[in-house]
Design a binder for this molecule. Structure first.
Ligand code: GDP
Ligand code: MG
Length: 150
């Protein structure tokens, strides 16, 4: 089943938005299979944001992401990568639609509250970067037949 990495960034943790973010994924019907609070180090973030290393905002991004703890989560379900990106909203908070996490809780791209993997391949890479396999839990949701056609 498809999985994605979602993280509440340091601004989201500081602003006590962790519960709001989790609530949206739970209510949509996705299954939480991994979660931890951690202080990310520069090495982890350098790998995570490898593709952005030459961008002018990269130093500010690493500073922001190491400024406090993040809550990293793995969510599982049908089409979860694409649906999560839709729930999170546009990268630039100023463009993010109301109803999305960024569109409801943020104003500026530099403090946009959450991360979500942008493709299935990226998700696999990011999940193995942030989690050991023994930190992910396989379990059955009791409401499966009300969330999916059997
Ligand atoms: P995402 O996948 O929607 O998070 O966007 P990207 O992968 O393109 O960028 C990663 C993160 O870098 C974004 O979520 C922002 O926190 C940050 N970022 C992206 N573009 C900018 C920018 O132009 N300025 C600043 N300060 N941060 C940016
Ligand atoms: Mg990205």
């Amino acid at each position: 089943c498809e999985r994605t990495l979602v993280a509440v960034k340091p601004d989201g943790v500081q602003r006590r938005l962790v519960g709001d973010v989790i609530k949206r994924f739970e209510r949509r019907g996705f299954k939480l299979v991994g979660m931890k609070l951690l202080q990310a180090n520069e090495g982890l973030l350098a790998e995570h944001y490898h593709e952005l290393r030459r961008k002018p905002f990269y130093p500010a991004l690493i500073h922001y992401m190491t400024s406090g703890p993040v809550v990293a989560m793995v969510w599982e379900g049908y089409n979860v990568v694409r649906t999560s990106r839709a729930m999170v909203g546009d990268t630039d908070s100023a463009e993010a639609k109301p109803g999305t996490i960024r569109g409801d809780f943020s104003i500026h791209v530099s403090r946009n509250v959450v991360h979500a993997s942008d493709s299935v391949e990226t998700a696999q890479r990011e999940i193995s970067l942030w989690f050991h396999s023994n930190e992910l839990v396989e379990w059955d949701c009791c409401d499966y037949s009300n969330t999916y056609q059997l």
